[in-house]
Design a protein around this ligand. Structure first.
Ligand SMILES: [Zn+2]
Length: 306
């Protein structure tokens, strides 16, 4: 294993173990996470849950190599402390936000379960791949219940149920020197190659996978969230006895929002003039907030002709 440089944070590391038909990814979010969270003032439990969702989004998104492809992770819940959680990844740009109910969150214990946070709900994972349809391009969405101990566990179910790929995912969120750090690790067994979603005969107890899963299970939360530990070293610690492990750095991650003043104006323009007048504030502006980045976009009522 030789890398050009060591990978610490805000860049995914992909690896594969050819002799075991396994592949995986590691990612640790540091500055990028701080920038995304800084746009909001979330209670600690919401911040932790959103950080978990963002690192999962980065882990899943890091499988998309073709420009313009997008991965979206969104929860759908009826009640619960978090009403909506939405994250997406596109070309290395990561964004996400959570809508929550203050009173319900305040009443939750700090070690709340997934059910406590979301209530009854679903996790939707959507891949939009910029590839020809024959190569797995287009939109593919899988929806799984928000069940298990964590969002990572719900995402594991997604891979087993929707894609029939044995998958292990670990996510850790910690505060290191006042910064929120989130680390994630995903490993999968792909005995028939990467392409194609129709797998009829899945073995979750394949000896190759049993072996990889046993090693991967020893990943600790401390390692994942330690900003001083190179991701290459984590791969080495886990798999140094394997015949060969190939590693490759992914695209650097950054906070990215695609909010667009022109688009916001177009949306407002579709409302009747009297509705627009009602939406405007005393200064004569209609102010729209981007839910992802909290930027405010004032659009002057006078700038519309009718
Ligand atoms: Zn925005």
């Amino acid at each position: 294993m030789a890398a050009q440089s060591e990978t610490f944070s805000d860049m995914p590391l992909r690896f594969s173990i050819p002799s075991r038909h396994a592949r995986g990814r590691l990612v640790r979010l540091d500055e990028t996470l701080g920038e995304i969270l800084a746009a909001h003032a979330y209670p600690p439990l919401i911040e932790k849950t959103l950080a978990e969702a963002l690192v999962l989004t980065a882990l899943l998104g890091a499988s998309l190599k073709e420009p313009g492809s997008q991965l979206t992770l969104q929860t759908q819940t009826e009640k619960g402390a978090i009403r909506l959680l939405a994250c997406d990844y596109k070309d290395g740009a990561l964004r996400g936000y959570a809508q929550f109910d203050d009173a319900t969150v305040a009443a939750l214990p700090p070690d709340s379960t997934l059910f406590g946070i979301f209530g009854q709900g679903y996790l939707a994972i959507t891949f939009d791949r910029m590839l020809p349809a024959s190569e797995g391009g287009g939109r593919y969405q899988g929806i799984v219940p928000l069940e298990g101990a964590s969002l990572a566990e719900a995402a594991e179910h997604y891979f087993v149920q929707s894609e029939q790929i044995p998958t292990l995912i670990r996510v850790a969120v910690d505060h290191v020197r006042g910064r929120c750090i989130a680390g994630g690790f995903l490993v999968q067994h792909l005995p028939e190659g990467e392409e194609g979603r129709e797998r009829l005969h899945v073995r979750l107890d394949h000896p190759e996978w049993d072996h990889v899963e046993a090693l991967a299970s020893t990943t600790s939360k401390d390692e994942l969230a330690d900003p001083a530990l190179p991701l290459e070293e984590m791969v080495w610690r886990l798999f140094h006895e394997e015949e060969a492990v190939l590693i490759e750095q992914g695209d650097g991650l950054s906070k990215g929002c695609r909010c667009d003043p022109a688009h916001i104006r177009d949306v407002i323009a579709k409302f009747p003039a009297e509705d627009r007048a009602e939406m405007a504030d005393e200064a004569g502006d209609i102010v729209v907030d981007c839910e992802f980045c909290s930027r405010r976009f004032p659009v002057s009522l006078a700038s519309f002709n009718n």
